[in-house]
Ligand binder design. Sequence first.
Ligand code: APR
Length: 320
Amino acid sequence: MARPKIALIGAGQIGGTLAHLVALKELGDVVLFDIAEGTPEGKALDIAESGPSEGFDAKLKGTQSYADIAGADVCIVTAGVPRKPGMSRDDLLGINLKVMKSVGEGIRDNAPDAFVICITNPLDAMVWALQQFSGLPANKVCGMAGVLDSARFRHFLAEEFNVSMKDVTAFVLGGHGDTMVPSVRYSTVAGIPLPDLVKMGWTSQEKLDAIVQRTRDGGAEIVGLLKTGSAYYAPATSAIEMAEAYLKDQKRVLPCAAHCNGELGVKGMYVGVPTVIGAGGIERIIDVTLTKEEQEMFDNSVNAVKGLVEACKGIDNSLA
Ligand code: APR
């Protein structure tokens, strides 16, 4: 059986890391696409040359031609610009919307059967625009944010409790921005919900509140440290987890930006929700029940995403 074909649209910091991970994990052959001449070719060759030492079997190709992504099983989109210190993800909207138009058309014309994972920010609005521009079925187009935000939350919690990250589960709902909703009630250490751990004296409510806030600011914390761009190791790893769930039909329960059709009270837009990812793409959205307070925070986040979607429609009137 032929190896799966994985197209990476954007060969910058995240794109290069994605290519390396795909090769190391032998998930398939890689096509790295970028408008910057030489960048995808250089990264593809560099990673291929690590193959003999690592011992992986994967072909890597860099290109400026969409024809090379033909028949891709998975497309992961990072094309666009990242933020610099002082910028919010929303500041990237105008420029990255134009990029989504060309990428969406490139995927539509060359890889219409792919499972598409968008990483470009502002994520929830960009994945919505990408689905519109590409015309692919909504269950085959999703955005990577929740896995990353949850991973950040899990990392901070594991450090606070001094337990293995493997035993900390967490999920984060809502948009990938300042209004995201790290769900304390649905996050656990080996099944013990965080509020119970506060009662058991494992941490204080104040410390937990600070961890929730640090999770919300997780992207900005890295931007502030790097100064020249945004995070790439953890974002790439998170998207690979989603791609692997699709390619291996794992039916993983992962939070991601999915097209909602009434779930959690959201209709006709993309926002971070718990999903099941398998060979059918986004196979199910888990319609969790929220408390009144959680629902208010979630609605606030949904409204922020709605504002960005309206701004996209204002910029490009081909968007319905
Ligand atoms: N088509 C293809 N590639 C493009 C296009 C386009 N129209 N426009 C820009 N690119 C490429 C750039 O040439 C660059 O190589 O996208 C790449 C982006 O890479 P980086 O600048 O290194 O950004 P990265 O850190 O990878 O982040 C990409 O993901 O998390 C988000 O906010 C982040 O929106 C940003 C995206």
